[in-house]
Design a protein around this ligand. Sequence first.
Ligand code: PLP
Length: 473
Amino acid sequence: MPMKYRARSRRSWAEPFKIKMVEPLEMTTREQRESAIDEAGYNTFLLKSDEVYIDLLTDSGTNAMSDRQWAGMMSGDEAYAGSRNFYRLEQTVRDYYGFKHLIPTHQGRGAEHILSQLLITPGTVVPGNMYFTTTRAHQELAGGTFIDIICDQAHDPAGDHPFKGNVDQEKLKKVIEEYGADRIPYMCLHTTVNMAGGQPVSMQNIRETTEMCHARGIPVYLDATRAVENAYFIKKREPGFEDKSLAEILKEICSYTDGCTMSGKKDCLVNIGGFLALNDDDLAERAKNLVVLYEGLHTYGGMAGRDMEAMAQGIEESVSYDHMHARIGQVEYLGELLSDNGIPIVTPVGGHGVFVDARAFLPHVPANQFPAQSLAAALYVDSGVRGMERGAVSAGRDPTTGENRIAKLELVRLTLPRRVYTQAHMDVTAESIVELHHKREKIHGLKFTYEPKLLRFFQARFEPVDSQRVLDD
Ligand SMILES: *Cc1c(COP(=O)(O)O)cnc(C)c1O
């Protein structure tokens, strides 16, 4: 099938590295993949990695580390207390993120857990620009209720708003008026917004949002997991930032907030790790007391010394313009291949992946047969490419009513690990999706055979509706 290539984008994002070591991949047959997906209950989370050719499930912890990071692993100081790698990481976080206190955790959710336990009490509400799965689960576990205050454009898969992650300040104002600042322990600010398709927030929006909260005594905690990617979009799209470095923009974003939770498995270019960073001395003291209970002593939290070293090095590499240009350039390249060939995707393409609009892709599959879950399974069968569902299955059920939450977007997420795959892998992925689009009538919907209570998308199992297979020949 003819694919369109654009010489312009081919040239523009070439990687600022060369490859020193390779990891061979298993190639599978269609028959093998059909039986693998059936065994996995049509849930791509339950596939074995050995059964996958191109793994676009997530960009979380799937990063390729640099030679300098690997060298750093050898200088791990595994002392129980006061590891030298902790002090380097603490200084690096101060230098680049600007927060005073560092509490290392095993990954992002460890930090979310501690922050939620410290600040949220039953009956309180936490406004945020769209939910993230683990973030909301920890807020609910602590007795809080998450309230979405993202702008309406975030729910429109086809719009071209440059900052679809923005907070809608009217919605925020309403939440504050309705509940009162006393019942709002903090506001949770995401940069870039993962669940909206990696869409950025503008600096102006960050400034105005945090001003509104602070004027009413409400602290703002940043989900800084993808803040460097957000900084890149600000540099590219927001007037006045063209000549600023990513490091300067990142520091400015953080300067408006009171602290952050971080999953190091994304921007920080490592495979495991995270942290909570805080400015408030008192709160930091209490966080250090909690981290000992749940993660480990406050100078390692959930991380080995060597992992803290690799993360410190990764943070320095992550703010390089050349790195981020190649990273987001690769995402844009895949997005262009798909949209040039008529595939409905979320636009503009976000920071960490391309999100296919499964509702538009599979108009014959009704919402209660999970179009995105079905498309992800069919894609795997066709080419061994693993994506993930971000729609009704991920949205889960409302904890009070028990009803399925209405997912405004029904997406298949193709997330690009950082520094891992080549342009040829992107071409193979796009060709498979375009071919599936041509024969979309052959894709069948799914129904639950097992539905877990919490974060159901990780473990749920399905079977095809009215068919033996999710994708006919
Ligand atoms: C991945 C992620 C988290 C959770 O971090 P883990 O390291 O997976 O625990 C939180 N927020 C956002 C925006 C993320 O992308």
